[in-house]
Write a protein that binds this ligand. Structure first.
Ligand code: FAD
Length: 371
């Protein structure tokens, strides 16, 4: 089985990818590096499609039981999004526990260079940089190596991973790293070589992870992970070209988290893709990710690019109405907000347990099928 790391950006290909989901094969193989995962996260994270669109499509062809594992994973995405809405910028700091045993706030150099000596990890880091994707299990391994083995604080390594991911999503990313580092969970996540070999079909031996879980939780930082470098990445945004707007028509604002071609597509409106330098200064992305965003924007008819802050966009022209999609990155827009499309719109996380969130979702929306 080959690993699919091609991410087309035309809308028809994205819809085809949704249509091709095999939820049964997904359930059986998702944890394996070459498993039949959907590769839909880049489109979900950039707001080109929604979790509900995927769930509705899959349930139109498969039973709830067959689709269980996929919907369960999609629910993780909704859960992280809702934690972000609830906690705001607090998700960028240790959320419920302070990370313990931190020796630096940098990134292990041999992780950045894909030179850890662990075959599956090094290959997946090289693919992340080249293609902008990493399998979920590998993300967990890399996060565990950085935080719990190299004892780096999760914040810089997570920003490094976000920089490269086509599906970079500040909630899924920061909160998953916090889950691994136990700042948003009740125990640190460790992986060992045996586990990596099993899910990645490798046979590495005598690596710094070739130990029991107990040994791993009590070891010094391996020499190969000691060199570290700070996060110093930046994004060069495209220059803004003059835009042509009709001041009598509404203004619809798109951004890197809302690139939905179906959103108010029948409305006669000005459509602007807003790339705010202040956002990308805080959360840089690679050229690969930036080009992916621009290419997804091509699915939206009449979309014009504006590089600058929201206040600058509206400084010179008065529009009858400005509309955006609700999202934490759009909170400062002075606009009317349309709701995002959720699978489980009325369920909010109470406390910090995904499973209690999931149970409430299943009870209300999935005929109580999954407990
Ligand atoms: C350290 C770490 C960092 C991560 N960073 C991101 C990120 O920046 N952006 C991002 O979208 N996901 C992130 N994830 C979650 C997950 O790894 C990816 O969503 C998934 O690998 C995407 O591939 P896929 O679409 O083929 O997933 P599939 O397995 O096909 O899953 C279908 C969809 O379900 C959702 N999903 C699946 N697993 C998870 C999960 N563990 N958490 C949340 N949602 C999930 C995603 O939206 C995904 O597209 C991260 C996970 C970890 C452990």
């Amino acid at each position: 089985m080959s690993i699919n790391l091609y991410f087309p950006t035309d809308y028809l290909s994205i819809l085809n990818r949704i249509n091709e989901i095999d939820p049964i094969a997904y359930s059986k193989t998702r944890n394996y590096l070459n498993g039949k995962v959907t590769y839909l996260s880049p489109y979900l994270s950039k707001g080109a499609i929604s979790t509900k669109q995927i769930m509705d499509n899959v349930l139109s062809k498969h039973t709830l039981t067959s689709a269980h594992n996929l919907i369960f994973e999609l629910a993780w995405r909704e859960y992280w999004q809702k934690i972000w809405l609830r906690e705001g910028d607090k998700i960028f700091d240790d959320l419920i526990n302070t990370q313990t045993e931190v020796v630096n706030f940098n990134i292990p150099k041999n992780v950045i260079n894909g030179n850890t000596t662990i075959t599956a990890i090094d290959n997946s880091i090289k693919l992340l940089i080249k293609n902008g994707y990493m399998h979920n299990h590998l993300r967990m391994y890399v996060a565990s190596i950085c935080t719990n083995i190299a004892k780096a604080h999760w914040s810089s390594p997570s920003r490094w991973m976000y920089y490269h991911l086509l599906d970079g999503d500040l909630a899924s990313n920061s909160l998953s790293w916090q889950w691994v580092a136990m700042t948003f969970s009740s125990k640190k996540y460790y992986c060992n070589q045996e586990n990596i070999n099993k899910y990645c079909s490798t046979s590495d031996k005598e690596t710094f992870l070739d130990k029991s879980y107990e040994e791993l939780s009590n070891t010094e930082v391996p020499k190969i992970l000691q060199d570290n470098i700070p996060f110093l990445y930046t994004t060069e945004l495209p220059d803004t070209h003059p835009i042509t707007v009709d001041p009598n028509l509404p203004l619809l604002i798109y951004n890197s988290y809302n690139l939905d071609p179906l959103w108010r597509c029948d409305l006669n409106a000005n459509r602007i893709l807003l790339l705010e330098p202040s956002h990308f200064k805080k959360f840089p992305i690679s050229d690969l990710v930036l080009n992916f965003i621009l290419a997804l924007g091509e699915n939206i008819k009449g979309l014009q690019l504006f590089t600058g802050e929201f206040s600058k966009l509206i400084a010179d022209t008065k529009f009858p109405i400005i509309i955006a999609k609700e999202h934490p990155t759009a909170n400062h827009y002075k606009a009317l907000f349309d709701e995002r499309e959720w699978m489980f719109p009325s369920i909010e996380p109470t406390g910090n347990s995904f499973m209690s969130f999931w149970k409430k979702c299943a009870q209300k929306y999935l005929a109580n099928t999954f407990k």
